[in-house]
Each structure stands twice: as structure tokens, then as C-alpha cells.
Design a protein around this ligand. Sequence first.
Ligand code: PLP
Length: 399
Amino acid sequence: MSSPRSRIAAHIRDIPRSGIRDFFDIVSTMKDIISLGIGEPDFDTPWHIREAAIAALERGSTSYTSNLGLLSLRQAIARYGERVFNIHYKPENEILVTVGVSEALDLALRAIIEPGDEILYHEPCYVSYAPVVIFAHGKPVAVETRAEDGFRLTRAQLEAKVTPRTKALLLNFPNNPTGAILEPHDLREIADFAIQHDLIVLSDDIYAELTYDGRHTTIASLPGMKERCIFLHGFSKAWAMTGFRMAYACSTPELIEAMMKIHQYTMLCASIISQEASVEALTDADADVEEMRAEYHRRRNFLHNSFKEMGLPCHQPRGAFYAFPYIGHFGLTSKEFALRFLDAEKVAVVPGTAFGECGEGFIRCAYATGMEDLQEAMRRLARFIHSLQPNARPQPNAC
Ligand code: PLP
């Protein structure tokens, strides 16, 4: 009889578990930890959005919806896209409501990948990207971004990795875990690259509202991009709605139809209660989003100044709610640093290697945590690094 492990499909068996989950299994066994670990807003979902969910239940909205999602929600998504991002998608056939950006990513990749197709993505990045490409029998091809470039992605880096098998490029700015953004001229270069090599662009804009030095531009809004872009966005971050599991994909009717077929046979539809709440989120929550963004901005400034004061090089995060300081000069790996910091000071941060090999030498600190805890965490971090090697100096070009 075959061994239980050998019965698992090789492409699933060989994928390591998420580094974040393993680390937080350890954290969950400990008491009184300050966590800068999980990328989840510390705010409650605004009350009127929760009320919309309650009202949906009271009305008896407990059924399936159209596979694409409620038309009223798709209309609200179309209006929001025009108003905020200058993108134009038809509610009837260019928008698909999904169970988180997680599902949208999976559908998009499964819809486009033939076995062996290569998908370019930049590292450090969100932990799911390479695994979901592999689940779809594609080949993830990482393009390293570097602290000294502000973790921007450039056309030259992409040109070095593109091959005749490259099918698509996966982008995420504002970025998890670095907080990097791309300027419109960076996006234009990348759009030209995608057009020249005839690539599909999956643009994960989940942190679009959380920028601190100007408004976000999505690559999907640039001329020539609508026909090759899959725009992915969701409610988890800026609306603090992680548990609602709500997101959407916008693209051409052909790509949306292909994604919808997989969604139809595997998920059927997103929860109607969450969909009703999301209509409220898109139509009447700009002020709530702005209030949360302003608080993240305040925390971003505090964290960045704290790192500066303690001599930790850190690229200024310009979006999302993560900072990615350099700790490589202390002679510990990222994992050793995070484990020893947790053990000594009871503060959880994520080793940079959870986001790709080039995250070695960095830690991710999420500032989706209240200001008092952040202040205490920074006091403890200063004490910890002082105890390590008071004379350690950062490498000159670390950030
Ligand atoms: N994309 C990025 C870049 C993320 O950071 C996350 C969550 O951390 C997701 C997607 C998943 O989001 P969702 O809750 O919509 O599935």
C-alpha cells in the first residue's frame, strides 16, 4: 500500500507551509505578547456596515446570489472604480464578486495558466503568490526588489526574467510586506513591458486606499491596459472587513467569464450577507476609510522615526500597514532575530524570509496595532537590539 504522504499530489506535497502560520502557532502558545505580526486591521468593521449585514439577515436575505454576485453590488463596484480609480468596467459582464482577493487570485491564475506557463511576480511579496501559481500548474518566477531601490519594480528587472513561456505578471503595490508603492511613471514602464511581451497583468490593489504620500494609481487605469489587466480589489484591509471574505475581480468579458466558470463550479457565489454589507461599504464609508487611513499614517510616521532613532535602516513605507526594517547587521538570520526578540521581549514580528528568500535580513512589522502597543513594542525593540551588539553597524546600502 502506498504511504499516506505519497498519495498527496506532488505539486501540493512539496509546497512548504506558510512561514507566518508556523511562526504564529508558536506565538499563540505564549501569553501577553504584543503582536506586530498579522496583517489584519485592529479596527472593528464600521458599525453601519455591520448594520447592513444585520438588516440583510432581518430581511431574510439568506439565499444564493447570481454567480457573478448581486447586480446591486457589481453596480456599486463599477461606480466606485470610476470615482476612485478612473477605471471603467460593466457590471453586467466585467465584474466578478469573489470570496476574498485570495479566491480571485486563484480563479485568475487557474483561468489563464496552461501547465508550465511562467508567471512573473516580485519578491518580497504576499505569501500566497508562488503557491497559487503552483496549484494552477504554473511556474512562479520571482523578480527580486531591493531596499536600496525603495523595493520598486523596474522594467530592467522584468526584462531579465521574461521568456517565451511567460504568460502573466502579478503586481502588488502598495506592497505587503515592504509598504512600497509605484509611481505613475514606474507603472507606465511596466505597462509598456507587458504590452511588448503580450502579458496579462494581475494587479492586486488590495491596499489601494492606504497610501500616505498621495493617491494610488492602478496600472489598470493606464491606456492600453484594460484589455490585458485583471484588477483585483477587496474589503479586508481598508474597510477592516477580513471576516466578511469579500472581494472582486474586474477584467474583459472573456477573462471574467473564464473565472466565473471556475467560481460557479467550486464556490457558487460569495455570501449574500457579506455582499449586502459591501454595497454599504462602497457607497457610504469613505469617511470611515479616511479615519483609519489617517491613523495608520500617524503610526507609520511614529514607527519610521523610531527605527531611525534606534539606527535601524528602514525604507519609508508609503502604503499598506507594514514596515520592513533591516536587521541583517546583527549577525542573526531574520528567523533567529524574530524568535530571540519574541523570547526576550514578548513582541512578535515576522521574519522577512516568510515573503521570499530576498527577505533575509529584514523583519516585517505590521502597524495594524494600537499606538500604545506600538510605543511599547518600539521601547522593547530598542532595548533588544542594544543587548545584541551595541557596536553593530548597518551595511551602508542596506536601505
Ligand atoms: N493580497 C495581499 C497583498 C494581501 O496582503 C492579502 C492579505 O493579507 C490578500 C491578498 C488576501 O486578502 P483577502 O482577505 O481579500 O483574501
